[in-house]
Each structure stands twice: as structure tokens, then as C-alpha cells.
Design a protein around this ligand. Structure first.
Ligand SMILES: Cc1ncc(C[n+]2csc(CCOP(=O)(O)OP(=O)(O)O)c2C)c(N)n1
Length: 378
């Protein structure tokens, strides 16, 4: 029986792939069903968050692979370059390349056809795959990318699956969605913030010991380094919007307690990840959303939380039921101590303002290695 999907899955298993994430394309729907039942697999709300989650999985020692459509690469480029490649983490990208073979949807042409040029320009090596006869190359490149901590894209033409009989084999996978109880949004009284971001970080610092901490890019990371450096702190040096997905990836792949220190601007850049957290429901994840109503690191330009969006309501709206809004150091400490299980969202209200913290004197690889050592328990 001609079953290229099963052939590919067997190659992935042999290569030791240990974590997968996807956002569907119709051309690989059979493959995706089989991936879902063959590996730990996370469905995504935006391809970009998958890059962060897979970075977290890689930090936790897994070999991650993503399955996306060519258009999804457009959502991923910044994170692929400034996170996965920058930190020299491995990631296998299986891209359903549209617009090149019997394409019927004109909107698929621009990204699909330009994809090789975009990847070349981005310095991401790729291997075109148009038939199962190309799978030998996939096997070889997959081994190399995990050994060398590289990103590599496999561009899967729809012709690869032509004539496959796998579809007749697979029954419709019953996707079991974890239904979290969605509470009624409570109308919050406006609380006047008094603490700065640095006050908040200092207040929570004693509660970070022995936890994996993933900290928002820019000044928040410098402030955390200054307030409490520990080897289990993963300082973001770029990739706005990725801090919470990384924390989610770590929490799904380890038993460690994970604290994410995020910011309002970054949360709003990638809010769908709150839905992914609610549905995957990791009990070991706490997100501290420091809300100074501003893009603090770039000059305190106002964000939408300045009178418009309530981040706690946003988190609750996405299905995270364990939330609290705090504005004082005392309430913050109580929230951090709280023995309740996650996922938790602590909405920490702050006034804008940056401390004068120096640069972090650690290179990105050193940061990665410290965190991986902590996560592996060595
Ligand atoms: C895609 C992208 N756009 C813009 C930036 C520039 N940038 C870096 S940090 C930052 C502000 C982040 O704001 P927030 O998450 O609210 O954290 P705060 O600094 O206020 O604590 C911005 C806009 C970026 N790094 N990446």
C-alpha cells in the first residue's frame, strides 16, 4: 500500500522527534491526523507562537518539529531568526508549499512561490520534497539539523501525497478538546497602579527561587538580572511576543514550576497564546503580566491597556480561570505564594518607568546553556 505519510512519520520517529506543533493546511490534513496520534502534538493559534513553544521544548531537551503552510512562514520569520537561530536551537520545519502544484487558490501564489527566495534571504536552508523518493534527503538533513542545532525547512509539494492510500486507513481522529470552565468575566473596578515594573520584579524575586523564569525582552530582563539573577532565568534578548509561548513549551515538557514575566505590549502582540494555555492547561505555569500600559522599553508609548483592554478579562475570556489583579507589593506577594494550581495569570498593574539597570553581562548561548542545565536537572 502506498503510504508516504507513514513513511515520513517513521523517519521522524527514527530521528528522535519528541515534540510537534502545527497549524493546518488542507494539503497535509492526513499527515496531520497521523502526527497528532504519533507524537506529543500541540495545535497552534498562530505559527509564530509555535516557534516559541518549540524553543521551549528544545530548551527542555526535546527535538521539535513544526508542520505549517507556506503562508505561515510569513508569521514566523522574526522568531525563527532572532530566537531559534540566534540561540542556536534546533527546529525542523515541514512546510506544505502551496502555489507550485495544481494550485486552485490564487492567494496561495505570492507566499508559496516566493518561499525559496524568502528562506534564502533569511539564511534558512531548505530541501524541496516533491515525492516520497526525496525522503532519503529528509532523513539525512533531519539528523544533521538536530546534531548541529540548526533550523531547516522541508518544502513539501502537494505532489508528495498524490496517490496516497493513507487517507483510507485513518479514521477521523476524535479531537479531544480539554474544556476549561469559562467563568463569567467580572467587571473590575479600576485600581490605581503605584508600583513600577522594577518594584514588581523586586517583590516577586524571592518567589522565583528554584523555578524556571522566562522574562520579557528589553528592560524587564535587565531589571530581573539586576534584581535576582539565577541560572534558571531565560532572558529574552529579542522576539517580542514569544516569552509566554516559551514558558508554555517548558511547562509542557518539564515538571518544573515555570514563571513567565510578560508585558502588556508583548501579550497583545500574541494574545492567542492565552487560549492555547487555557486548553493545554499546564498546572505548573504562572504568568505575571506586568501592565504599565506602555511599550516601556521603547519609550513608554501607550498600549491598548491604557484605558481600553483589561488583560485579566482577556485571560479569563480565553478560558484561564485562575486570575487575579494586583496593584500593591503585599497583594503581589500573596498572589505569588498562593498554593493554587495553574495555569495562573497574575495581572500586575504598574506605572510606566524604567530603572537604570545595566546590560546583562551574559551571552545568549550562556543563557541558554544555564537554563537547559537547570531544566535537565544536571
Ligand atoms: C516585532 C517587534 N516589534 C517591535 C519591537 C520593539 N520593541 C521591543 S520591546 C518593545 C516594548 C515591549 O512592551 P511590553 O511588552 O509592554 O513591555 P515593557 O517594556 O513595557 O515592560 C517593543 C515595541 C520588537 N522588538 N519586535
Amino acid at each position: 500500500m502506498f503510504n508516504p505519510e507513514a513513511e515520513l512519520i517513521s523517519i521522524l520517529k527514527t530521528a528522535g522527534v519528541g515534540f510537534t506543533a502545527s497549524l493546518p493546511c488542507e494539503k497535509i490534513k492526513v499527515l496531520l491526523e497521523m502526527i497528532g496520534s504519533s507524537f506529543q502534538h500541540l495545535p497552534l493559534t498562530r505559527e509564530e507562537e509555535g516557534v516559541g513553544i518549540c524553543a521551549g521544548a528544545a530548551l527542555a531537551g526535546r527535538r521539535p518539529a513544526m508542520f505549517v503552510q507556506s503562508s505561515g512562514i510569513g508569521n514566523m520569520l522574526n522568531a525563527l531568526l532572532s530566537l531559534t537561530q540566534f540561540y542556536e536551537l534546533p527546529l525542523a520545519l515541514f512546510v506544505s508549499q502551496r502555489g507550485i502544484y495544481k494550485e486552485r487558490i490564487a492567494a496561495q501564489l505570492p507566499m508559496g512561490q516566493r518561499l525559496p527566495g524568502i528562506l534564502r534571504g533569511a539564511g534558512i536552508p531548505f530541501t524541496p520534497v516533491s515525492s516520497h523518493r526525496d525522503f532519503g534527503k529528509v532523513r539525512k538533513k533531519l539528523g544533521d539539523l538536530y546534531a548541529q542545532n540548526r533550523v531547516h525547512a522541508f518544502l513539501l509539494s502537494p505532489s508528495t501525497w498524490e496517490g496516497s492510500e493513507a487517507g483510507t486507513l485513518s479514521e477521523k481522529a476524535a479531537v479531544r478538546r480539554q474544556t476549561s470552565e469559562i467563568p463569567r468575566a467580572t467587571v473590575q473596578k479600576r485600581i490605581r497602579p503605584r508600583l513600577t515594573r522594577m518594584d514588581i520584579i523586586r517583590s516577586i524575586a524571592p518567589h522565583l527561587a528554584s523555578k524556571a523564569v522566562v522574562c520579557n525582552l528589553g528592560i524587564p530582563s535587565k531589571e530581573l538580572y539586576a534584581a535576582r539573577h539565577q541560572p534558571s532565568n531565560f532572558y529574552m534578548l529579542g522576539s517580542m511576543g514569544m516569552v509566554t509561548p516559551i514558558g508554555l513549551g517548558i511547562s509542557l515538557c518539564t515538571g518544573k514550576e515555570v514563571v513567565v514575566i510578560d508585558g502588556d505590549g508583548s501579550i497583545l502582540m500574541n494574545p492567542g497564546t492565552l487560549a492555547t494555555i487555557a486548553c493545554s492547561s499546564p498546572r505548573n505555569l504562572t504568568i505575571v503580566g506586568i501592565d504599565n500600559s506602555a511599550y516601556g522599553s521603547t519609550g513608554n508609548q501607550p498600549t491598548l491597556t491604557d484605558g481600553c483592554i483589561d488583560l485579566e478579562n482577556l485571560a479569563r475570556g480565553f478560558g484561564i480561570s485562575n486570575t487575579v489583579k494586583v496593584a500593591t507589593a503585599k497583594d503581589l506577594r500573596a498572589a505569588m505564594k498562593g498554593g493554587e494550581k495553574g495555569p495562573r495569570f497574575i495581572h500586575a498593574l504598574a506605572v510606566p518607568g524604567n530603572s537604570d539597570s545595566p546590560n546583562i553581562p551574559l551571552g545568549h548561548i550562556a543563557i541558554k546553556e544555564q537554563v537547559m542545565r537547570f531544566l535537565s536537572g544536571r
